[in-house]
Design a protein. Structure first.
Length: 390
């Protein structure tokens, strides 16, 4: 055989590749159990954390092919059996109702203290303007989050929710991360269940997964010691799911965590999803260090794609995975659709938190449609519950 002969690499149904002689020699001795693991992933079976770590060290293209296979399996029955060929997006707006926060996370460049000249609390008039602009652009939702303001009352939040829902009944309020609800419990002196019930009655429609960072307390104590710990975050999601609210789950990686701790984060999410079933999607994005107190080398596209691919494989009970173009850029966001993602997320009419940390990518609906269609998928706008709108 010639020096660039074709060789079937592991699971032959994944792909064929050219392997140079030096690489062939280095792989003459291999662990056959890896072939068995890859076959099990291909067949859609569950893996454990030790197996996930082994998969993480696969060549990126091979890991991506396995994640794409798991995307196909996860989406096969969606949208009347057409889910494998459809990629979705949502038109919504991030609204940060205040930037005042008293937890001082080291990775955040957005927060301010009350005495800062550029601190603010949103008014009803400002909120109305933002929602009117969102509706004019075909938006269906606001993603409303804020800092942990020490002085805003329960009545202030309920009044804001009621105002939005009465004036804009068609808009979904996807609002208040678990960390905020833990803060509310402390400030209002009420049980989580009571707070979430009152927020839902006032107009809250679903909960974003913000504040997840890494669900390992060693990491959380280093980057945000005053913020909700892992069990607190999961408790909010558990209560919300029991009360009928859907939510997303997130991960910010590429700072002080290890790969093993990323996998532990995924394990905790998978266990919670087995229990309550309320997560609609998983979104991971990379830490951006500019203007933050936490300094860490920014991880690149390879690390992002590998982590997302592993997430799609590990989170076998999550119906959707969103690509994170906001931190990686449009092109990597598009490539991520071949690494396990079935959704491009939001066009981000407004985004303040990540941009404060130095990332300023922008996307339009036409961009979304083009990026999706160029890969051969059907682009479809969706709502928060992944119902197709077009």
């Amino acid at each position: 055989m010639g020096p660039h002969s074709l060789r079937v690499k592991r699971a032959s149904h994944i792909r064929l590749e050219f392997v140079p002689p030096s690489v062939r020699l280095s792989r003459m001795i291999y662990d056959a159990s890896m072939d068995d693991l890859i076959q099990r992933v291909w067949d859609g079976r569950r893996i454990d954390s030790a197996e996930a770590l082994r998969l993480y060290h696969l060549p990126l293209a091979e890991l991506g092919a396995l994640a794409d296979r798991r995307r196909q399996l996860a989406r096969a029955a969606a949208h009347g059996g057409r889910g494998g060929g459809i990629v979705t997006y949502i038109v919504d707006r991030n609204v940060n109702y205040t930037n005042v926060c008293n937890v001082y996370c080291k990775f955040c460049a957005f927060y301010r203290v009350e005495a800062d000249d550029d601190s603010y609390v949103i008014t009803h008039h400002q909120m109305d303007q933002k929602i009117e602009e969102t509706l004019a652009l075909g938006g269906t939702q606001i993603l409303m989050q804020g800092g942990h303001h020490p002085k805003l009352s329960l009545a202030w939040y309920l009044d804001l929710l009621s105002h939005i829902k009465s004036k804009f009944p068609t808009i979904n309020i996807h609002g208040f991360s678990p960390s905020e609800f833990v803060h509310f419990r402390k400030v209002f002196g009420l049980p989580l269940e009571e707070i979430i019930r009152q927020f839902t009655a006032a107009g809250l429609g679903s909960i974003p997964g913000g504040g997840g960072e890494i669900l390992v307390d060693r990491v959380r104590r280093r980057i945000s010691p005053l913020k909700a710990m892992s069990n607190d975050w999961l408790e909010v999601m558990d209560v919300a799911h029991r009360l009928g609210l859907k939510s997303t789950a997130t991960m910010i990686f590429g700072h002080v965590e290890t790969v093993e701790e990323r996998i532990e984060h995924l394990e905790r999410l998978r266990v919670q999803q087995d229990k309550s079933g309320g997560f609609t999607a998983f979104i991971a994005w990379t830490f951006q260090s500019e203007n933050t107190k936490l300094k860490a080398p920014t991880v690149g596209a390879r690390e992002y794609l590998a982590t997302q691919a592993l997430s799609r494989i590990y989170l076998d009970n999550f119906p959707s995975v969103q690509s994170s173009w906001v931190t990686q850029g449009l092109e990597i966001g598009q490539i991520a659709l071949k690494y396990g993602a079935n959704d491009l997320g939001s066009i981000m009419i407004e985004e303040n938190v990540v941009s404060q940390a130095g990332t300023t990518f922008r996307m339009t609906v036409d961009d979304m449609k083009r990026l999706i269609a160029d890969l051969g998928y059907e682009p479809h706008q969706r709502d928060n519950w992944y119902n197709l709108l077009n």
